[in-house]
Design a protein around this ligand. Structure first.
Ligand SMILES: *Cc1c(COP(=O)(O)O)cnc(C)c1O
Length: 236
């Protein structure tokens, strides 16, 4: 099987699984956007999915993304899903469709300062109270959102994101997803209370990867970030 055939098959299989999960959850497949997480895979793989009509791709490392995107069409919607350092934020400004991993003031400040136009962002939430990972504590999320809205006019808050701890039983992971959904609802409520212009655009819950995206869809995900199930094992 050629690499193209492999990718075509895995892409169709993931699409089918998304549709089936939506059906079980009583949701419409168009409510869920598949973000193809292409880190470590070559630009040619991205192009293969692009030619099948796919447009949403996720990358984790600023340098790697910058190296690849030069070879690829302009109408790709890039999602930055990696841990974001404030000294790298300027490279993303005005270049990506959505930054999934905003979790602190220094990153918000830098993105705001370096952008000429609006930057759409998600707030990353640490649903696992997992010290090793990025993300704001669930209880501090509405505070960070309020700060973002008040102090950083170029940032547009569009929702929340989580990366749950790895290697936990799926029912524990499901609880992390339910926690994120709860945080999302609190944020929505805070925006409504503040009579914010961002109420309507605050619509995304980014959760679910290869091992758990179907459960994430059942728990309300609107963006699922899938790498391995599409591209195979990562090259290092
Ligand atoms: C790598 C990565 C993914 C994709 O992971 P898979 O398990 O390969 O699907 C999704 N989200 C983030 C934040 C990642 O770093």
């Amino acid at each position: 099987m050629s690499r193209e055939e492999f990718l075509e098959e895995s892409y169709q299989a993931v699409r089918r699984r998304i549709s089936q999960a939506c059906e079980r959850a009583g949701r419409e497949p168009r409510e869920v956007t598949l973000v193809a997480v292409s880190k470590t895979h070559p630009a040619s793989d991205i192009r293969t999915l692009y030619e099948m009509g796919h447009r949403d791709f996720g990358e984790n490392y600023v340098q790697e993304w910058d190296d690849k995107r030069g070879f690829l069409p302009d109408d790709i919607r890039w999602h930055f899903v990696g841990h974001l350092q404030s000294n790298k934020a300027r490279y993303l400004a005005d270049q990506v469709h959505l930054v999934h991993s905003v979790d602190r003031k220094s990153v918000m400040k830098e993105l705001n300062k370096r952008s000429d136009s609006t930057v759409e962002v998600l707030i990353q939430v640490n649903t696992g109270n997992d010290l090793a990972k990025g993300g704001v504590d669930p209880g501090d999320t509405t505070g960070l959102l309020t700060r973002l809205v008040e102090k950083y006019p170029r940032l547009k808050p569009c929702g929340v994101m989580t990366i749950p701890p790895f290697d936990e039983p799926i029912e524990t992971t499901r609880q992390h997803f339910a926690t994120l959904r709860g945080v999302f609802e609190q944020c929505q409520e805070a925006l409504v209370q503040a009579d914010s212009e961002f109420v309507d655009g605050f619509e995304h819950i980014s959760m679910g990867m290869t091992s758990d995206f179907e459960v994430a869809i059942e728990e309300g995900a609107t963006l699922v970030r899938v790498g391995t199930a599409l591209f195979g094992e990562r090259r290092t």
